[in-house]
Design a binder for this molecule. Structure first.
Ligand code: GTP
Ligand code: MG
Length: 240
């Protein structure tokens, strides 16, 4: 299959030493099998657990053209990690995903297929249609996610079923425009990206994904993130 497309995967990491080798191995496997050109950009924010050392090993194993290390000194947040990473992306498409194995690389060929089918500007993984779902979350976490999603659906009518998820494929130029348009930095960032996409008339495709709770490492979602999310949501509601 002749295709000049190249996919840059952005992997932000903070204390993902156990997860990183596995996710990279799976990414290489699925990209190699499907024959698409790719690179993996790892943005580590000075993880105290030695994630960067693991990343350096991976760079040695798979080569500098496949594993691109773009670390930062300290934990500066997810939103700015994406902005930092995309600056170094050489692909015409960018895939954003978590490095904690909640997002399985096996879905990426489906994202790519969907993008090509509809010539979409962005393809979003969704836990809320078709075979999509969430595994391993307790009731409270499911409720928080569902509620956040529901309130946002009602207030903003974004035309996508999973707003708080972060497993997505973007045209690089579209991603750059969206990032420029976005004001939020925390958890609400993912939601704002899709709201802005709608506003700017970009087309959105969806692929059902199963989301699996992290096995290794610690969750960073607490009460303060929930409050910040609600504030961000109200801000968007008031301004868009
Ligand atoms: N570079 C960078 N990566 C981060 C930062 N915060 C989180 N990450 C990474 O971003 C991804 C998503 O963060 P998670 O902590 O998994 O957030 P979550 O999926 O909402 O919550 P849990 O999986 O329950 O912990 C993971 O790959 C993290 O390692 C950060 O400040 N900087
Ligand atoms: Mg996670």
């Amino acid at each position: 299959m002749a295709s000049k497309d190249k996919y840059s995967v952005l992997l932000p990491t903070y204390n993902e030493r156990e997860n990183l080798p596995l996710i990279v191995w799976l990414l290489v496997k699925y990209f190699t099998e499907s024959g698409y050109d790719f690179e993996i950009i790892i943005i580590d924010d000075g993880s105290p657990d030695g994630t960067l050392e693991a990343a350096k090993q991976l760079e040695k194993i798979y080569g500098k053209d496949k594993i691109v290390l773009r670390p930062r000194e300290k934990k500066l947040g997810l939103g700015t990690a994406y902005i930092h990473g995309v600056k170094h992306a050489t692909g015409n498409f960018v895939i954003i995903m978590d490095a904690d194995m909640s997002h399985h690389p096996k879905f990426i060929p489906e994202f790519i297929k969907k993008q090509k089918e509809g010539d979409f500007d962005l393809v979003s993984g969704t836990r809320y249609i078709g075979n999509g779902g969430v595994f391993g979350w307790d009731f409270k976490r499911k409720l928080v996610s569902r509620t956040a999603n529901y309130i946002t659906q009602v207030l903003l009518r974004p035309g996508a079923s999973d707003l708080t998820g972060s497993f997505r494929l973007y045209r690089k130029d579209v991603l750059l425009k969206l990032v420029e348009a976005c004001v939020s930095k925390g958890y609400v960032f993912q939601m704002e990206m899709i709201i802005r996409a709608r506003q700017l008339n970009f087309s959105i495709g969806e692929v059902p994904i199963s989301f699996v709770d992290r096995v290794y490492g610690e969750s960073k979602l607490g009460g303060s993130e929930i409050i910040a999310f609600l504030k961000g949501l109200l801000y968007l509601f008031a301004t868009t």
